[in-house]
Design a protein around this ligand. Structure first.
Ligand code: 8YV
Length: 317
């Protein structure tokens, strides 16, 4: 009999879905209408859960699956799984560490350039046919130069370092904040987020959310000021979104480029209506290459767990 796998989110790589279906009895919870009833009836037989980084899995759900051998996060964020609970239960939780670093850093830089250079407004101007009616160069306001900016990175982990590397290639100077100074990072450590915000042109959020909820608050945005940009490719919860909405609407910062939000897929109206925002639908790791690499790591974790080995990417066992 095949082992039973519960998949909580779609995987977009067809060859991986084929292999999953070949190897396991896969239940796609996202296609099931009455999920509670399904879990009550079938949870006891499930041996592995596959979930997303930001969607995770609730402890209540895990409690309905006593035979679980692994929770495989198809992502890098572990903030939506109770790791302490899993550790106490001896349940491996794996993540696709390292697989999406380059993509997320690429998008951070892409978003920052898009925000500085008003790329989305420029695209709309041409697409909507305004150019012939306004041929003067002044029809689109001048943008801001990205090269050479002072960039502040919040969270100097894998993604933060990859953003720093890219920004350095653009001649930017880098400052960073984190829970502590990193000895192997050549950039300037600024312990306080408000101080960092005050001295940079752009703040790029790359931190894990578990210890940093709401850290980008009204005071930080005020310190960033009307010439500052905010980029978030980490978690929406790092930001006080109500404060950000107010600050953006009042022109208190130059721009916000956001891939993540507090209550996805719901994005506050003020952020959607503002010319100062550049928005994406949590897509930083969504390339064929990265999603294929991530899915391979998930397949490896399942294979290791079902063969009785400790999954190499386990964070809890
Ligand atoms: C993904 C993420 O969107 O890795 C994470 O923590 O938030 C994202 O890269 C998600 O995990 C895809 O399943």
């Amino acid at each position: 009999m095949k082992a039973q796998v519960l998949q909580l989110n779609p995987i977009l790589i067809p060859s991986v879905n084929e292999r999953l279906a070949m190897l396991y009895d896969v239940h796609r919870l996202f296609e099931i209408e009455d999920r509670q009833a399904w879990l009550d009836a079938h949870g006891a037989g499930i041996g592995a859960v596959i979930t997303g980084g930001h969607t995770g899995v609730s402890t209540a759900m895990l409690q309905k699956m006593p035979a679980l051998k692994v929770v495989a996060i198809n992502g890098v964020g572990t903030d939506a799984v109770d790791l302490a609970y899993c550790r106490a239960r001896g349940l491996p939780v794996t993540a696709t560490l390292g697989a999406l670093t380059e993509d997320v850093a690429d998008l951070a830089i892409g978003l920052l350039i898009a925000a500085c250079r008003n790329l989305c407004a420029g695209d709309r101007f041409v697409r909507e046919g305004h150019w012939p009616a306004h041929p003067q160069p002044s029809a689109i306001p001048l943008a801001r130069r990205f090269s050479g900016m002072r960039v502040g990175i919040v969270g100097m982990g894998r993604v933060g370092r990859a953003v720093a590397q890219r920004a350095t290639a653009f001649g930017c100077t880098i400052g960073y904040t984190d829970l502590q100074r990193m000895d192997d990072v050549p950039h300037r450590f600024v312990p306080g987020l408000i101080d960092l915000a005050r001295e940079v042109d752009a703040l790029v959020l790359c931190a894990a959310a578990d210890k940093a909820e709401g850290i980008v608050n009204a005071a930080v945005l005020d310190a960033l000021g009307p010439r500052g940009f905010l980029v978030n490719v980490a978690r929406g919860r790092l930001v006080d979104e109500a404060a950000l909405s107010r600050v953006v609407a009042a022109g208190g910062i130059a721009g916000a480029a956001l891939d993540v939000f507090v209550d996805e897929p719901n994005v506050p109206l003020e952020l959607r209506e503002s010319d100062r925002t550049t928005l994406q639908a949590h897509r930083a790791s969504a390339t064929w290459e990265t999603r294929a690499d991530m899915a391979e790591m998930v397949l490896d974790s399942l294979a290791q767990a079902f063969s009785g080995d400790r999954p190499a990417m386990s964070l809890t066992t």
